[in-house]
Design a protein around this ligand. Structure first.
Ligand SMILES: Cc1cc2nc3c(=O)[nH]c(=O)nc-3n(C[C@H](O)[C@H](O)[C@H](O)COP(=O)(O)O)c2cc1C
Length: 380
């Protein structure tokens, strides 16, 4: 008789533990700007947007790019974490998510030269003038993103302030009840602008060599890690390629991530593009190969993102070891209960959740992935 080895492959509905935090599945909500805040304060829209998806079975919700300072907002309607009013407003949202039995993180961001732009659904586009509530932007160099106002090149003092700004926002994220923070170093925003030779032409210790261009991101990761509890994971989103000659390629970014592994970063979320107008071969799973390369080079767990809302594709990526979690963005705008639908399509049981409300009188069988109030709507 021959021995048979059964290799159990990772599933979308397996838990994953990073430091002291266990996420109940690997189907995560991608961070998505709602451009609907007033003075950086999230409101009812954010509660319902994130709340519906918490009830919909995601193992981690990443709240949108949230500015660490007012001038770091992409649009005047972005959320922020630079004052106590914002902390209190986020706290209401994180409490609601926790009561659904799941986890929530926030993406900390500074938009740099891509700040002060009209929100996508405004009547105007491009940079917002001062007369309409806009502000002057900053970047590593005074090079404009195509179509936007040119930024001022940051001084040494401007740069030195950035890690502390992210760390202060991380302390507020903790007070607001977030389980994890993600540094936004992708999509052409400030930390990506420093990484990429397309936007960084400095000749000091923050420009030139790959090591110098990565310095601000590494210093920011250090500052946030020091401000963020040991048991809570620190995530970073990168753009693994600029998709343009002369820009970053996957190998460059994989080396940066390898360095971040030694600076307390626990998982890297691998996106691409955003720092230049470039042709991008968009299609289902188009960024997965980059995620797999970053994972292999750095040794860090990664999350894959980008048109992964076919549950069979998402499941295959995890089973093949190309990524450790899958983020769903637009698919979750179409279907807030995407994970529960995916579990049904895959014939997999979504794990029971530790739902806090309603409490003692809720039978465990009613909480298998579905909130008890919605259990009658579950697929059978
Ligand atoms: C409305 C909208 C807002 C977005 N805002 C953010 C954001 O705040 N931060 C970020 O890193 N990516 C943002 N993205 C990109 C998504 O996180 C995701 O990477 C992208 O949509 C690809 O995934 P998908 O094909 O599942 O939508 C946004 C995407 C959409 C559709």
């Amino acid at each position: 008789m021959t021995a048979r080895t059964v290799v159990r492959m990772t599933s979308l509905f397996d838990p994953i533990t990073l430091r002291g935090t266990t996420f109940h599945n690997r189907a995560w909500l991608a961070p998505m700007c709602q451009y609907s805040a007033t003075d950086g304060v999230p409101g009812d829209w954010h509660l319902v947007h994130l709340g519906a998806r918490a009830a919909g079975g995601f193992g981690l919700l990443l709240a949108e790019a949230t500015a660490v300072v007012p001038e770091g907002r992409i649009s005047p309607q972005d959320t922020g974490l630079w004052n106590d009013e914002q902390v209190a407003a986020w706290r209401r949202i994180t409490a609601f998510v926790h009561a659904r039995g799941t986890h929530v993180g926030v993406q900390l961001a500074h938009a740099g030269r891509k700040a002060s732009t009209y929100r996508p659904f405004a009547a105007s586009s491009g940079s917002v003038p001062a007369a309409d509530g806009g502000w002057g932007t900053v970047g590593p160099s005074d090079l404009a993103f195509p179509g936007y106002a040119a930024p001022s090149a940051m001084t040494a003092d401007d740069i030195a302030a950035v890690p502390g700004q992210f760390a202060a926002a991380a302390r507020r994220a903790l007070a607001a009840g977030f389980d994890t923070v993600e540094l936004h170093a992708a999509h052409g925003y400030l930390l990506h602008q420093f990484l990429s030779p397309l936007s960084n032409q400095r000749d000091d210790e923050y420009g030139g060599s790959a090591e110098n261009r990565a310095r601000l991101l590494v210093e920011t990761a250090d500052a946030v890690r020091a401000a963020w509890p040991d048991e809570r994971p620190l995530l970073v989103r990168v753009s693994a390629t600029d998709w343009l000659d002369g820009g970053l390629v996957v190998d460059d970014v994989a080396q940066v991530v390898k360095e971040l592994a030694g600076h307390g970063v626990d998982l890297v979320d691998v996106s691409t593009g955003g720092n230049a107008l470039a042709p991008i071969p968009v299609g289902p799973g188009y960024q997965v190969a980059a995620a797999a390369e970053v994972r292999a080079t750095s040794g860090l767990p990664v999350a894959a993102v980008g048109m992964l809302d076919d549950p069979h594709l998402a499941q295959r990526i995890l089973a093949d070891g190309e990524a450790d979690a899958v983020l769903v963005g637009r698919g979750a705008l179409r279907d807030p209960s995407w994970p529960l639908r995916a579990a049904h399509d895959l014939g997999v049981a979504a794990p029971a959740l530790d739902v806090v409300e309603p409490t003692a009188d809720v039978a465990p069988a009613t909480t298998t992935g579905w909130q008890p109030q919605y259990a009658r709507g579950a697929w059978h």
